[in-house]
Design a protein. Structure first.
Length: 285
């Protein structure tokens, strides 16, 4: 029997929200010298590093040189609720002065809508442990006269927790604990997220995972609790609990991504491995 250690696990988070907030940008809301703007949104609606789609019925004229009604940028939020736009995630987290998207003072009020887009999955830094529990409800279908109870399986639910070391500073391309703390407090966009919970991770190829396999759960969830533990002389830890929404998928990958080659053949896509095994995807293009 093979015994697996938790050292190979990690968590990938994807920022996500189905909600849209609207507002109006006026000339007094934009500072072209500081490349900063604001509008009537609740404090905490945006979190540093959010990839936001801004759209308007007219052009987004407060963006310097932008002649389109829609655009996507990463945002940085200061303590007074001012927004600055960036083209990269790392710049938005750091709030650098050099790489801000330049702004212009608009000549008229601009009604805008904002939506947080699905960004790329990013590893959650400094994880200690995670837990996922899946449950299936059962309905009693027993009838009068039955000697044994009958049950029928129905809906599947999931819940879990993530423990990590607290951090609030930039961690390169990783997510950090302070993001999840802010996620729970966010009102207008909600606390939705997507995650890949890895039990084994491709790329280690050593020990019991010498085959370089990956095993993980894909979930969509809602953050329901965020707790922080601060003890004298000990590491500050954060604990987050969540419930799942929608489908829960358990994935097992025994062929590494480096071994897969995607080719086009007629009206089908053929996924072929290095050892000539071929998996044909059933959908016509």
């Amino acid at each position: 029997m093979t015994v697996y250690l938790g050292n190979a696990g990690n968590v990938e988070l994807t920022r996500d929200s189905e909600d849209i907030i609207t507002g109006t940008i006026r000339a007094v809301d934009v500072s072209a010298t500081k490349d900063m703007f604001s509008f009537d949104f609740s404090f905490g609606a945006f979190i540093n590093g959010d990839f936001v789609e801004f759209s308007s019925a007219s052009t987004l004229s407060f963006i310097s040189g932008w002649a389109y009604p829609k655009g996507n940028w990463f945002v940085n939020v200061d303590q007074l609720g001012g927004l600055r736009l960036y083209n990269t995630y790392s710049d938005a987290l750091a709030g650098t002065a050099n790489n801000r998207v330049p702004l212009d003072v608009p000549g008229a009020d601009i009604a805008i809508s904002c939506k947080i887009l699905n960004s790329v999955p990013r590893l959650l830094a400094n994880i200690i442990r995670f837990e996922l529990s899946t449950d299936r409800e059962a309905v009693d279908t027993s009838s009068l006269g039955d000697e044994f109870r009958n049950q029928y399986s129905t809906l599947i639910t999931g819940s879990g927790s993530i423990d990590c070391v607290f951090d609030y500073t930039t961690a390169g391309q990783s997510e950090i604990a302070v993001y999840l703390h802010n996620l729970l407090l966010r009102q207008q966009f909600g606390s939705d997220f997507k995650a890949n919970l890895y039990i084994l991770t491709e790329g280690q190829a050593k020990g019991v995972n010498v085959g370089n396999h990956s095993v993980w759960y894909e979930i969509s969830g809602v953050m329901t609790n965020a707790a922080i533990q601060c003890t004298a002389g000990d590491i500050i830890e954060s604990r987050f609990t969540f419930v799942t929404t929608g489908e829960i998928k358990l994935r097992v990958q025994t062929v590494t991504l480096n071994d897969l080659v995607l080719n086009s053949a007629g009206d089908r896509m053929i996924l072929s491995t290095a050892d000539a095994d071929i998996l044909k995807l059933g959908e016509d293009l």
